[in-house]
Ligand binder design. Structure first.
Ligand SMILES: Nc1ncnc2c1ncn2[C@@H]1O[C@H](COP(=O)(O)OP(=O)(O)OP(=O)(O)O)[C@@H](O)[C@H]1O
Length: 215
């Protein structure tokens, strides 16, 4: 059984701690949804888990049977607000870069680029420069990145913001399939993403200090 363990995480933004004492455990097939108002720390927590920001305190690691705990970044995809694609390269060139760069973790299997394009509903246009595509098409191809390299942990920051209903449903399908295959998802999202009974974690922003004072 695979597990992702976050223990007592704290992170600083500027002078102050933005959160502290954040712990959770996810097993393969499980999802965690981060909620909280704008600026409450959802993106920051995702970036700590992804390994982009060093926590002020605490640890987060991915565990799989017979292996030492590993940094989550070795086994995760991070889909943030930006698409992470170069406008002047074609879709195929962009996705090939990510496929080679990320590789498949843990002997997993991934889709080739045309199959991934089909999964996100955009077969046949992978020869076009990424910059020619509409904003929604660009976002769909950013999602295809999750499919061209196998990574068991998906870290998603508002993945479907500004997408139409069809794209929402398509992405919910990808997430469901990923979980059914034993993957994990941590998502900051206001959309249900088709998740069945996810764990929930409400981020409080800098206000957590007032709440502790009042307690
Ligand atoms: N690089 C930074 N340096 C200092 N403070 C930052 C930095 N990045 C974010 N912050 C602050 O940290 C707090 C949390 O930001 P974060 O982006 O994690 O919130 P969020 O819950 O993801 O918000 P949103 O829903 O608007 O995306 C905010 O008050 C923000 O201004």
């Amino acid at each position: 059984m695979t597990r992702l363990n976050a223990l007592n995480l704290a992170a600083r933004r500027g002078e102050d701690l933005l959160f502290r004492g954040v712990s959770f455990t996810l097993s393969g097939g499980e999802a965690l949804v981060l909620t909280g108002r704008n600026g409450s720390g959802k993106s920051t927590l995702l970036r700590v888990v992804a390994g982009f920001i060093r926590p002020d305190h605490g640890t987060v690691a991915y565990e799989s049977p017979g292996a030492e705990p590993r940094p989550v970044r070795e086994v995760s995809h991070y889909l943030g607000h930006r698409n992470g694609m170069k406008a002047e390269l074609t879709v195929t060139e962009n996705l090939s870069f990510w496929k080679d760069f990320l590789g498949d973790a843990d002997q997993g299997t991934s889709l080739d680029i045309e199959d991934a394009a089909e999964r996100v509903g955009l077969a046949g246009i992978t020869h076009l420069p990424y910059g020619y595509l509409s904003a929604g098409q660009q976002r769909r191809f950013a999602m295809a990145r999750l499919l061209v390299a196998h990574r068991p942990v998906w870290l998603l920051d508002e993945p479907t913001a500004a997408l139409d209903i069809k794209a929402d449903a398509m992405f919910s399908g990808l997430v469901r399939d990923h979980l059914t295959g034993g993957g994990m998802v941590i998502a900051a999202t206001h959309q249900p993403l088709g998740l069945n009974n996810p764990q929930m974690l409400e981020m409080k922003g800098f206000d957590y200090r007032d709440m502790e004072d009042a307690a």
